[in-house]
Design a protein around this ligand. Structure first.
Ligand SMILES: [Zn+2]
Ligand SMILES: [Zn+2]
Ligand SMILES: [Zn+2]
Ligand SMILES: [Zn+2]
Length: 401
């Protein structure tokens, strides 16, 4: 076929030629044009890549949900988001793989052009007088291709060495931990922020030297740092469920009957944050949560910003809880503000979606007592049935004889 449709890395001249900026010019992250080979579109930015370059086949269940390496690198750290949207943010992408580097040393070179204006913006941000980290950074992130599951990940190839314009850059790589049963690998190494003093106006180069047969996509992107306050504003604004939406949600959960009860009964809802063990002030959940319990927005964001490797997971059910998935619950907020429940640590949620004071002591004890009696009765019935069955079976051989 023509040079345009060559399989990735099959007949290239030099390593840098394998690695091109993955833009909208129809090239895959391998540097070759996408047409002619089986390709897959990114569900977020609709860039296309060769299925084989990103380890996705059209028969895979997640084919339609595939997210490209650039978009996945963008979500490694929710405090950093691409500056100026998907295309303006990505400077260079390269794939480390035997296919690409077969005829070369195990290294790839990512090259990009930094304009005077971009350099000035980064420099301004980094020389900001405050002690906080710069709001704008050029960052290198890396992930395994094909990605493992849908989780966030950041993984440097084994024995990676990075060189920015020939100067070595330290990286932090976490080896999998043996817990006595299996190796636990969180797939969350630390991305690298490219230091300003090594960047120059014009052509820049990040060399990645590695000894890892598994392909990794490495992306250099310009990122904007969000503060805890930025994320808080976003959640309290567009992340807030209207009262009607929140009520519908409450009815779904509160109106559902327990599997052994025919009639829905009132449910007890804690108003305490599982993180602080104090009363919640801004109640949130993840859009992935199926429970009614909330946790406190500020406590959650503080935990994420203090953690070295933030999990961004619901403290109640461990579902993903990225900033865009956080939902403030107006129903719970109204209960928390209601004078009738001042200082209450839990309320009773009625099947009709209303809240009532939870009379803990007396009611709980009497219902527990009733429950115990019922269960003992049930257990007795079950035992009777089993005894009869066993008896019946025991009789069978006698009849056969
Ligand atoms: Zn090559
Ligand atoms: Zn490709
Ligand atoms: Zn994408
Ligand atoms: Zn949850």
């Amino acid at each position: 076929g023509s040079a345009r449709t060559n399989a990735c890395g099959s007949a290239c001249g030099s390593a840098p030629a394998c690695v091109q900026t993955m833009g909208l010019d129809g090239r895959c992250c391998c540097g070759y044009f996408v047409d002619g080979l089986e390709s897959v579109a990114c569900a977020r930015c609709s860039r296309r890549q060769h299925g084989r370059c990103v380890g996705v086949h059209s028969s895979d269940a997640f084919f339609s949900e595939h997210t490209c390496p650039v978009c996945r690198c963008s979500t490694v750290d929710p405090f950093l988001v691409p500056h100026d949207g998907d295309d303006g943010a990505c400077f260079a992408v390269g794939l480390t793989s035997r296919a690409v580097t077969r005829t070369h040393d195990p290294e790839i070179s990512l090259q990009w052009f930094l304009s005077a204006e971009q350099h000035r913006l980064l420099l301004c941000a980094s020389s900001h007088t405050s002690s906080s980290p710069p709001p704008l950074v050029l960052r290198a992130a890396s992930l395994l291709c094909p990605p493992k599951g849908k989780k966030r990940q950041q993984r440097w190839p084994n024995a990676t060495q990075l060189f920015l314009n020939r100067a070595p850059l330290p990286i932090v790589h976490y080896d999998p931990v043996w817990d006595g049963i299996s190796y636990k690998d969180r797939h969350l190494d630390e991305p690298v922020e490219l230091p300003m003093h090594l960047l120059r106006v014009g052509q820049n180069e990040l060399k990645v030297v590695f000894s890892d047969a598994a392909p990794h996509a490495v992306a250099v992107q310009m990122m904007r740092r969000r503060t805890v306050d930025d994320i808080r504003r976003q959640v309290v604004g567009e992340g807030t469920l209207s009262y009607d939406e929140a009520l519908r949600r409450v009815l779904q959960v509160a109106g559902s009957s327990d599997d052994d009860d025919l009639v829905a009964s009132a449910k007890v809802l804690s108003l305490m944050c599982p993180l602080t063990r104090m009363r919640i002030s801004t109640p949130i959940r993840s859009s992935r949560c199926s429970h009614l319990e909330c946790f406190d927005l500020d406590a959650f964001l503080q935990c994420q910003s203090a953690a070295r490797i933030a999990k961004w997971a619901c403290p109640i059910c461990a579902a993903d809880a990225l900033p865009e998935q956080l939902r403030r619950c107006s129903w719970t907020a109204r209960v928390l503000e209601d004078g009738a429940f001042r200082g209450a640590t839990e309320v009773q949620v009625e099947p009709d979606g209303s809240a009532a004071p939870h009379v803990a002591a007396a009611a709980a004890i009497s219902s527990a007592r009733k429950r115990t009696v019922d269960e003992v009765d049930d257990l007795g019935d079950d035992l009777d049935v089993k005894v009869q069955q066993v008896g019946g079976r025991a009789d069978d051989p006698i009849e056969l004889d």
